[in-house]
Design a protein around this ligand. Structure first.
Ligand SMILES: [Fe+2]
Ligand SMILES: [Fe+2]
Length: 472
């Protein structure tokens, strides 16, 4: 296998697809269904327009991508895995230090299939959630970023579908078909995970989604990049390379909204930013609270036998497993957890393997904190006193033990009555959403930006900010 990608094929790939005719035929048969799905459920109205997109051309660290104008349905979605490591061993769990698997081990087949399908399902789901946003893009720069994210989520679906087709036989092919049949938000045939059925109704939601929900994706991928099932690990490693831009879009997108609001607040001291077409910082904070708490749910329950089994089996590891200084079997370690028991929080010692979801969520929280610090520097620089905060991981949960009660943004339990009194302060209200929706008018002139968001610091790939990123 080489690191460069064979573009002479119908499906660009670096996995020597042409040497396996059966697999190649099966994937080439899936390809038109994928394009049909894209046309039906992908970005509306812009499929015929040329967009300045990045396409993977190699899995080398340097120079892995090409930039150029392409109409989205002609995007070269392909299958790229990072090169295999010689003699790679399993990095954790009961089989730590044994040879990594190049085929699916029979005893882990069901668990692996479930893990892969759950990850795969999020990729088309997010494209569906964001499909209307092009119509109200605040600039061509932002529209291009939206479509870049969408195209790459499509590629991540390809990455997972390859693994399903190649290693799971007929079951895998059936799963791949179903990935194109479920629909985000459809009550009869929804996407698998809750957050991926929430509508992304406006650009503030979109930026929160790419900040928090794509970041959940980053941590799931980091955990799967450690997998003892080598083809999955190598797929996820390359997906992480693309994912970094999605997180950049979210973090800087929210940062630019904050910057614009701060400017308005400074120009009109004591004003309501709404009177000047900006988004009040409190509204942004409430959206952060919603999307962050919803994304916290994606890590699953705090105490989980599934999480323990996945770790024990060598399927899903910890972030950067090789940098952790322990025996990577984690049999005797404990996790100190505030457990919700009989209506109160009690300190308990939980076997670390059972707390693996929590271990991963803790890493996620740390990463989010960096983003919040970045937003607060925007406020600081503007001389605005407001400071953003990440809600506590117990806040507003729908999954896990903390879903059984109400917690404030600091993580303190509150009564149902007290919750009713604070809810409108801590979660988006109908009025918030209506106001933000009212700002969503397209701004399609090259170099111009809607009044509620500042321009970025620089353009894409060294291009000027005022470039025609989407040729309308
Ligand atoms: Fe993705
Ligand atoms: Fe993403």
């Amino acid at each position: 296998m080489s690191t460069s990608i064979d573009y002479s094929q119908k499906i660009p790939n670096n996995v020597d697809l042409k040497s396996d005719k059966r697999l190649q035929r099966a994937l080439e048969a899936w390809q038109p269904d994928y394009i049909d799905w894209w046309r039906e459920m992908g970005p509306t109205d812009f499929n015929e327009k040329e967009v300045y997109l990045r396409t993977a051309v190699s899995v080398d660290r340097d120079g892995w991508a090409n930039y150029g104008f392409v109409a989205m349905p002609e995007y070269r979605w392909g299958i790229f895995l990072t090169p295999s490591e010689k003699n790679r061993t399993i990095g954790f769990g009961d089989d730590a230090e044994m040879e990594a698997w190049q085929q699916v081990p029979g005893e882990h087949r069901n668990a692996l299939r479930r893990i892969i399908v759950t990850q795969a399902d999020t990729e088309p789901a997010s494209v569906e959630q964001q499909r209307l946003l092009g119509k109200t893009a605040p600039s061509l720069y932002d529209m291009r970023n939206l479509f870049q994210v969408n195209a790459e989520e499509g590629r991540h679906l390809w990455a997972m579908v390859y693994v399903l087709h190649r290693y799971f036989g007929r079951d895998g092919r059936e799963e791949a078909d179903e990935l194109l049949q479920r629909r985000s938000g459809n009550p009869d045939h929804p996407r698998i995970l809750g957050t991926f059925n929430e509508p992304c109704r406006n650009w503030l939601s979109f930026f929160c989604f790419t900040m928090f929900t794509d970041r959940d994706g980053k941590f799931q991928l980091l955990a799967l990049a450690e997998s003892g099932f080598d083809p999955l690990a190598r797929s996820c490693r390359f997906m992480l390379t693309e994912e970094a831009h999605h997180l950049f879009v979210g973090q800087t997108g929210i940062g630019r909204i904050i910057q614009r609001t701060c400017e308005v607040m400074n120009e009109h001291p004591g004003c309501d930013p709404k009177d000047h077409g900006a988004i009040p910082l409190e509204i942004i904070q409430r959206q952060i609270n919603f999307w962050n708490s919803s994304s916290n749910d994606l890590f699953g329950g705090e105490i989980s036998s599934n999480a323990s089994n996945f770790f024990a089996a060598g399927l899903k590891g910890r972030v950067f497993e090789s940098k952790i200084e322990d025996d990577h079997k984690v049999v005797n370690e404990i996790y100190h957890m505030d457990v919700w028991e009989d209506g109160k929080l009690v300190k308990r010692e939980v076997p670390m393997r059972n707390a693996m979801n929590e271990v991963l969520r803790d890493e996620y929280v740390k990463d989010n904190d960096k983003g919040v610090a970045y937003w607060n520097r925007v406020c600081e620089k503007a001389g605005v006193e407001f400071r953003f905060r990440l809600p506590h991981k117990r806040f507003n949960r729908k999954i896990g033990m903390y879903a059984e009660a109400r917690f404030d943004v600091e993580g303190n339990p509150v009564s149902e009555e007290a919750w009713s009194a604070i809810e409108a302060e801590v979660l988006p209200t109908e009025a918030d959403n209506a106001y933000v929706d009212s700002l969503m008018v397209p701004c399609y002139k090259p170099g111009e930006f809607a009044g509620w968001i500042s321009p970025p610091a620089k353009g894409i790939n060294g291009q000027p900010i005022e470039m025609d990123y989407v040729k309308l």
